[in-house]
Design a protein around this ligand. Structure first.
Ligand code: SAM
Length: 184
C-alpha cells in the first residue's frame, strides 16, 4: 500500500511465486517504473502495479481485478501512508483491508506521533510540503506503540487478522535518486 519508490519486490529474498501488488497513485508508479527501466531492474517475483487513489472506495475492486486472490493469505504493508490521510480515511483503508484479509494474513502499518505534526522544528518541512499539495493530517498520541493501541481501539483488523507484523524490512528505496511525490 503506497510503496512510493520502495523496492521490496526487487530486494527481498521472496519466493519466486510471490505476487507483490503495489498500490499507489498512477504518476508515482510511472515515475518509479522509469527509474527501474533506466536501471534495467528485474523483480525477484511477480510484481503488479495498481494505480489507485486509496481514499476512494473503488481500490479493492481494482486490486482484485489486477489479480489479487482473496482466497489466499497476504501480508499488507501500509508504510509511510497514514499521516497523509485523515483519521477517517485511515479507518476506511483498514476496513477495506479487513474485508480483503483472510485468516493468516498479516498487517504491517506505521503511524506518526501527533505531536510530531505540531513540532516547531518540523514546521519548515510541512510548509514546503503544503506548497506542493502534500498535507500531513494524522498522527496519534495513544500510549505505548501508538499504532497498536489505535488499531486495538478500532478492533477490527487486529481481531480479524490476529496480530500485526512487527518487523518490516529496513527501508532502502529509490527515493534518493528521484523524489516520490505524495498527495494527502
Ligand atoms: C512517504 S511515501 C511512502 C513510501 C514508502 N511506503 C516508504 O515508506 O518509503 C507516501 C506514498 O503514499 C502515496 N499516497 C499518498 N496518498 C495516496 C492516496 N490517496 N492514494 C494512493 N497513494 C497515496 C504517495 O504517492 C507516496 O508514494
Amino acid at each position: 500500500m503506497a510503496p512510493g519508490m520502495d523496492t521490496r519486490a526487487f530486494r527481498l529474498p521472496l519466493p519466486s511465486d510471490t505476487a507483490v501488488f503495489e498500490l499507489d497513485e498512477g504518476p508515482v508508479l510511472a515515475e518509479k517504473q522509469a527509474v527501474l527501466d533506466d536501471e534495467r531492474a528485474k523483480p525477484i517475483c511477480r510484481r503488479i502495479q495498481v494505480p489507485v487513489n486509496l481514499t476512494e472506495d473503488s481500490w479493492p475492486d481494482t486490486l482484485i481485478g489486477a489479480g489479487f486472490d482473496i482466497s489466499k493469505p497476504a501480508i499488507f504493508i501500509v508504510e509511510g501512508l497514514s499521516w497523509y490521510l485523515s483519521e477517517h480515511e485511515n479507518a476506511h483503508v483498514l476496513d477495506h483491508l479487513a474485508d480483503l484479509a483472510i485468516m493468516a494474513s498479516r498487517l504491517g502499518i506505521d503511524m506518526v506521533h501527533h505531536d510530531y505534526l505540531e513540532n516547531l522544528a518540523m514546521a519548515p518541512f510541512f510548509e514546503l510540503a503544503a506548497t506542493r499539495g502534500v498535507y500531513c493530517k494524522f498522527g496519534t498520541n495513544d500510549r505505548g506503540v501508538p499504532c497498536r493501541s489505535w488499531l486495538a481501539r478500532r478492533g477490527e483488523p487486529v481481531r480479524r487478522g490476529g496480530e500485526t507484523v512487527r518487523s518490516l524490512a529496513p527501508a532502502r528505496n529509490l527515493g534518493g535518486r528521484r523524489r516520490a511525490c505524495c498527495r494527502g
